[in-house]
Design a protein around this ligand. Structure first.
Ligand SMILES: Nc1ncnc2c1ncn2[C@@H]1O[C@H](COP(=O)(O)OP(=O)(O)OP(=O)(O)O)[C@@H](O)[C@H]1O
Ligand SMILES: [Mg+2]
Length: 466
């Protein structure tokens, strides 16, 4: 309402000024040159005095090729949250992630915003274009724009801090709503599909404290752009996830991507020809992404090659002279350990920024220490067998129960028997038409007791052998 009144007032003042200018244009030819200059000067002062507001227009399409302006998109996103509470006419659309509805202000709507106690007004408008050019963009003959109006006293703050705040916020909303992608490489090219993994940290069964610590670490990383710049480090972080098969390493990567709204790049090292191809892939990776190398111990024969080289050199230095042991990996790929290390933290790895590099392995002890040293793989996370806490979360997710009289038995068995969350999940997965939780819990208890019996028999046999 307030904004509306203001803009109506501006419009009236504007039309008065336009009429005065018109009259002035007709009459000025009859005035001598000096007088004209004098009147010009004072009329400008008068205009600024009567109309102390500044306006900036942001057009939807810019440049000769009429590309959609990034500033316009960011402003549209920024205003969407304000529009939903202030504007009377809204436009609705499905976000690119197909999960949420985006509301933006309709044409010829106005809303008011505040920044550090300063008031400013945004208006959306549309002009019909008189150009007959044919364009790839559909609604290009209707030129949309946003107009920002603010008092001239606030000029510096609005042009500096406020506008960069608007663009940053708008971009963040855009990233959140975008359709994320899962990339994989065939040779030195990436191809992608839409990333729609449903896993989240809420559904990930693991030690709660550890989970909180990981979430905290990830969120801190995603907000630490300025910090990394200040300390002169590339904005990236390495995670090593290790543990037996079926403990949730891949599931956790999906949860990480969903938590931070990052794209995923699943790097298949064995399909990369050599270090040059690896570097080429690296350059194409965008920011806000997670680069994943699964089963790093199997990807290439990178495990302990440096150690091997050192040992061989110690035995017979001539034997390894001029020969790069790292490059003899016995597989099609000629990617070397040093090539991979360069990929992780060489100069090129800093391009783009805001990236996580995640390795997974079942055999952490097999990896070359150089590959996983702190600073390269900043966080080492062990995903382990199912404890009682993790079981309770699985029971809640799969059976929708938070307690049961059989929980006590399961708790005791889990202390003795190692079972992966994947195996537990398998027992809790609905298979029959029965919705009775007891059926599934009993099936789990049976499996645990069987495993306990087997372990007992094995230990007895081992004792006999000794
Ligand atoms: N911690 C967990 N929380 C919830 N579900 C889990 C967990 N661990 C495993 N699962 C379930 O088991 C399945 C297999 O898990 P996942 O693929 O993440 O294991 P992994 O550790 O990556 O195994 P691998 O080492 O064989 O790659 C998942 O689809 C998931 O449903
Ligand atoms: Mg896996």
């Amino acid at each position: 309402m307030y904004a509306k009144k203001n803009t109506e007032m501006f419009a009236q003042i504007g039309s008065i000024i336009a009429s005065l200018m018109f009259i002035w244009a007709i009459f000025q030819q009859y005035f001598p040159y000096q007088l004209r200059n004098l009147i010009d000067k004072y009329s400008q002062r008068l205009v600024t005095f009567i109309y102390p507001y500044i306006q900036i227009t942001f057009h939807e399409f810019t440049g000769e090729r009429l590309m959609r302006s990034e500033a316009y998109s960011s402003i549209e996103n920024y205003l969407s949250s304000k529009a939903s509470t202030q504007a009377k006419r809204l436009k609705g659309d499905i976000a690119k992630n197909n999960q949420s509805l985006i509301l933006s202000m309709d044409d010829k709507e106005e809303i008011c915003d505040e920044f550090n106690g300063m008031k400013l007004w945004w208006a959306s408008g549309k002009k019909a274009s008189n150009s007959n050019s044919i364009s790839l963009h559909q609604n290009i003959d209707e030129k949309r724009y946003y107009k920002l109006t603010f008092h001239k006293h606030n000029r510096d703050v609005i042009l500096g801090k406020y506008l960069s705040h608007v663009l940053k916020e708008g971009k963040a909303i855009q990233v959140k709503n975008r359709q994320r992608k899962l990339y994989t490489n065939s040779g030195s090219h990436w191809s992608h599909v839409v990333f729609e993994h449903p896993s989240t940290f809420e559904t990930l069964a693991m030690d709660l404290e550890k989970k909180e610590m990981i979430i905290d670490d990830l969120i801190t990383f995603s907000k630490a752009g300025e910090f990394y710049a200040r300390i002169g480090r590339a904005w990236k972080r390495g995670y090593l996830l290790y543990g037996p098969p079926g403990t949730g390493k891949s599931t956790m990567i999906g949860a990480m991507a969903n938590l931070l709204s990052y794209d995923l790049y699943d790097l298949e090292l064995t399909a990369v020809k050599d270090n040059t191809a690896l570097r080429k892939l690296l350059i194409e990776i965008s920011s806000k992404s997670i680069i994943v190398i699964e089963d790093i111990d199997c990807s290439l024969d990178l495990t302990g090659q440096r150690r091997k080289k050192k040992e061989e050199e110690e035995k017979d230095p001539r034997q390894t002279q001029g020969e790069n042991v790292e490059e003899k990996d016995g597989k099609n790929s000629q990617v070397t350990l040093s090539g991979l290390l360069n990929f992780i933290d060489g100069l090129w790895s800093a391009c783009g920024g805001e990236r996580l590099i995640v390795f997974t392995t079942n055999y952490v002890e097999k990896l070359d220490p150089a590959l996983v040293r702190k600073g390269r793989m900043d966080k080492h996370i062990e995903l382990s067998y199912c404890g009682f806490e993790a079981f309770k979360l699985l029971a809640k997710n799969y059976l929708n129960i938070e307690s049961h009289y059989l929980f006590g038995t399961i708790c005791e068995l889990l202390k003795e028997i190692k079972i992966t969350p994947a195996d537990v999940a398998e027992h809790l997965m609905p298979k029959t038409s029965s919705k009775d939780a007891q059926v599934y819990l009993k099936s789990l208890i049976q499996a645990l007791e069987l495993a306990k019996e087997e372990a007992k028999v094995k230990s007895e046999e081992d004792a006999k052998i000794v």
